[in-house]
Design a protein around this ligand. Structure first.
Ligand SMILES: [Ca+2]
Ligand SMILES: [Ca+2]
Ligand SMILES: [Ca+2]
Length: 807
């Protein structure tokens, strides 16, 4: 009787949305979150906020809020959540949203109504005049999960478009709500008009994905017209938007929607079997982590199956699973098949779930660095023409050079103060900066701090492993790079040279380090395409009209030139001085002239920076709050080669502490690595951790065992939550991720060797890494600093494993 009663209760709960202890609405298969994540990320609308729906395990809907545009872009204004009230008794979540720029406040009250939620918008004061007809309630749907699916609006049938092909109008700029800090995302070519998408459909009852029960959502409204838009008309990262404009001159309850996400009865998420897609060497520990729906009953065992060369399959191993337990919203069990050492092709069978195949073999780690060093890094060389086979990755960017930034705020988190702190006047050309350097990430600026890290990372790799690999042709004289064409010089030396060229030019031309060399206008910052076409290559001449070119063809009136942000930061100068000293040492004998220049700037910058710091009476040295953490110990490990045996011995207690720190992750989460919960997924912290583990093992193998070095490799290559794809583009023989936030993201593609930030945590309990939607930088954007960290991590891992030492 008891079990029948329990079943009945469970069945009822599974049908209706309930407000749970984590403060979201839940039924089996559907989670409706109401501002668990508010619009406060670092880069405005990150498509991660407001009312969100996690539909059968995938976050397919977000952006539910009062917004000021039909299809908001990243830099359109977002509301600040000023209040959030959860009423368990009433089953409601209420949020207050505010636009300071317009002194405009609204409230949304979300209430569970059976299988649906009711969303009601309340106004205490009418919509401000300036926003009448512009302010509306929006909800956004993930294009890659909805395109090509059928919909109905008031009974009319349609299919959601694979590519943006709906219609637009233009309207006077004066009618456009202000964008973030007054920036403009678009270049109106002198028309003074902005583009506004027209709706694909309008009506009062909309069902999206009527052909897919896992994505079906029905929205009805009696008091407001529903409009369906395609946000990709304005920006490739736009979503499908359902919207109702708020009525003019009204207060109180001004709009009501009923939103019903269809729940598949009894839905249970497919198990996610985390394992290393790269495979395993025979001797290493091999533990798959199986992520299970909380309504799933764990099976007793799993099997390792072997694909035989004759086409047959045999069971190589079967074992009971061990329970790890709950971590956020899923349960975890582990399958340990370490005892299988025979080289071969295998897959894991857990109940009905079968993984793709992977190798157990001595050589699985041999090629883990190659895509990053041979392809990703050279493609990110700035101020060069980069080609590969028949394909040109980009022409030579920024031929017109860089202007002194005037006093300004910036969209990529930089500022230029009132003083330039250089000999240049605002908007004057600073000669000689358009040389060397690496694109930051999915964007094309030179972040000086990151570029310093890049050169440091290459130098550390060179010092430890002296990689002689030569797969890249680099001619600084021709400003030409060709992939897969050896030129007799180890590539890593050429990368060190390329990074140093830009950094030394900054020191020489500016007198100290710039904080960044970046875009001056937002409308070319979000560039997707050939880097050489970001600017027109002509010097900006304000005496010409916009888009006008001088008679000699060398100047234009288009203000697209990049800017150098030049406020002086002595600690950045000191970092640069450090890397210049190392670069001078490494480059000596290869490029003596550059080595001399680097050393000269190192000496000058160090002297001046120390003087400046003394004058400013800033505290010197770093804070060491977390002695157990990776950063502090890493610096100590890095100095071992320069020090004596006593120094090495003196670090033993700290390495022992670090050994405990490593083990502590076994109880913190099922994956045994530090997992970040920030707005940018945690791959940098994971890589730092992995590098320190590797180095600690190299120097102290008795304290840090070899088994520990595989933790981070497993995580990167597929043993992680959400899915089991490798986070490194093309690395992971069977199933690397397929889309990344690289500069070719509009093609739903990747640049080989890129490392994704990984699992983005959405409050209160959801990890996510889209593999069909590249546009969320927090989970899919590789950076030049992170990817060169990966080179150190993977080089040291290869070195430890012992394969390919001759490379
Ligand atoms: Ca950047
Ligand atoms: Ca080379
Ligand atoms: Ca220009």
């Amino acid at each position: 009787m008891l079990s029948i009663a329990l079943l009945a209760t469970t069945a009822l709960q599974a049908q209706n949305l309930q407000l749970n202890d984590r403060e979201y609405f839940e039924c089996q298969g559907v989670n409706v979150l109401v501002f668990s994540n508010s619009f406060n990320g670092g880069f405005n609308d990150e498509k991660n906020s407001g009312i969100e729906i996690i539909h059968h395990g995938v976050r397919t809907v977000q952006g539910g809020a009062v917004r000021l545009n039909n299809t908001p872009e990243q830099w359109d204004l977002v509301p600040t959540m000023t209040n959030r009230k959860v009423d368990k008794e009433a089953g409601t979540i209420e949020v207050t949203m505010r636009y300071d720029d317009y002194d405009f406040e609204s409230r949304a009250v979300v209430t569970a109504k059976g299988k649906a939620v009711e969303i009601a918008v309340y106004l205490d004061k009418p919509v401000p005049e300036k926003l009448a007809g512009e302010a509306g309630f929006n909800l956004e749907f993930l294009p890659s999960q909805y395109w090509l699916k059928t919909y109905t609006m008031d009974g009319r049938l349609g299919r959601l478009p694979r590519y943006a092909t709906s219609q637009t109008v233009t309207r006077p700029n004066s009618e456009k709500p202000r964008q973030f800090k007054g920036f403009k995302t678009y270049d109106d070519r002198g028309t003074e008009r902005f583009v506004d998408p027209l709706p694909i459909e309008t009506g009062h009852r909309l069902s999206l994905a009527t052909d897919d029960p896992s994505r079906l959502v029905t929205i009805t409204s009696d008091d407001a017209e529903l409009r369906l838009f395609d946000g990709r008309m304005l920006a490739q990262n736009g979503w499908f938007v359902v919207r109702s404009v708020l009525p003019k001159g009204k207060t109180g309850k001004v709009l009501t929607w009923t939103v019903e996400p269809h729940a598949i009865p009894g839905w249970i998420r497919e198990p996610n079997i985390g394992f290393s897609q790269v495979g395993y060497i025979p001797e290493q520990p091999k533990v798959a982590v199986i992520e299970l729906d909380k309504n799933d009953t764990p099976l007793a065992d799993a099997a390792l199956m072997r694909l035989q060369p004759d086409g047959t399959t045999t069971e190589a191993f079967r074992s009971k699973l061990t329970t790890w337990g709950p971590y956020f919203k899923y349960n975890y069990v582990k399958f340990d098949f370490s005892s299988v050492r025979e080289p071969g092709v295998y897959y894991i069978q857990y109940g009905k779930t079968r993984t793709n195949d992977f190798l157990i073999d001595e050589h699985v780690y041999d090629k883990i660095t190659d895509a990053t060093t041979d392809v990703w890094v050279p493609i990110h060389m700035n101020h060069m023409y980069v080609t590969e086979g028949y394909r040109t990755w980009h022409g030579e960017p920024f031929k017109e050079g860089y202007l002194q930034a005037p006093e300004s705020d910036h969209f990529d988190l930089h500022r230029q103060g009132a003083q330039t702190e250089t000999k240049y006047k605002p908007l004057e050309l600073i000669p000689g900066l358009n040389v060397g350097g690496f694109f930051d990430a999915g964007d094309f600026d030179i972040e000086t701090g990151s570029n310093i890290s890049v050169v440091q990372n290459f130098i550390r790799t060179w010092d430890l492993f002296h990689p002689q690999r030569d797969e890249t042709f680099v001619s600084q004289q021709q400003r030409y790079v060709e992939l897969h064409r050896p030129d007799g010089v180890p590539d890593i030396l050429q990368f060190i040279e390329h990074g140093t060229l830009n950094l030394v030019a900054q020191a020489e031309q500016i007198g100290h380090m710039a904080s960044t060399l970046s875009n001056s206008v937002l409308d070319n910052y979000h560039h997707l395409g050939d880097a050489a076409s970001i600017t027109d290559g002509l010097h900006y001449d304000p005496s010409l009209k916009p888009y006008e070119v001088s008679a000699d063809g060398k100047r234009s009136g288009t203000p697209d030139d990049m800017w150098a942000f030049t406020n002086r930061n002595p600690s950045l100068d000191l970092q640069a001085a450090g890397v210049f000293t190392s670069a001078a040492r490494v480059l000596r004998g290869y490029n003596d002239a550059l080595a001399d220049r680097a050393q000269k700037q190192a000496d000058r910058l160090r002297k001046e920076a120390e003087q400046l710091q003394a004058n400013r009476r800033r505290p010197r040295g770093r804070q060491n709050n977390n002695r157990q953490g990776s950063g502090d110990l890493q610096a100590a490990l890095d100095s071992i080669p320069m020090k004596d045996a006593a120094y090495r011995e003196s670090l033993v207690p700290r390495v022992r502490e670090f050994a405990d720190y490593i083990k502590s992750f076994d109880t913190q989460n099922p994956y045994g690595v530090p997992i970040g919960l920030g707005n940018w997924a945690g791959v940098n912290a994971v890589l730092n951790f992995g590098i320190t583990v590797n180095y600690a093992h190299i120097y102290y193998p008795d304290i840090i065992s070899k088994a520990e070095v595989y933790r981070v490799a497993n995580w990167l290559y597929g043993c992680h939550p959400y899915h089991n794809y490798s986070f490194v583009a093309v690395v992971g023989a069977a199933r690397p991720k397929q889309v990344f936030y690289g500069n070719n993201r509009a093609d739903f593609s990747f640049i080989p060797g890129n490392v994704a930030p990984g699992l983005l945590f959405r409050k209160p309990d959801h990890f996510e890494n889209y593999d069909d939607w590249p546009f969320l930088w927090g989970q899919n954007e590789g950076t030049i600093a992170g990817n060169t960290q990966y080179i150190i991590f993977s080089s040291s891992l290869r070195n430890i494993v012992g394969a390919n030492k001759d490379q």
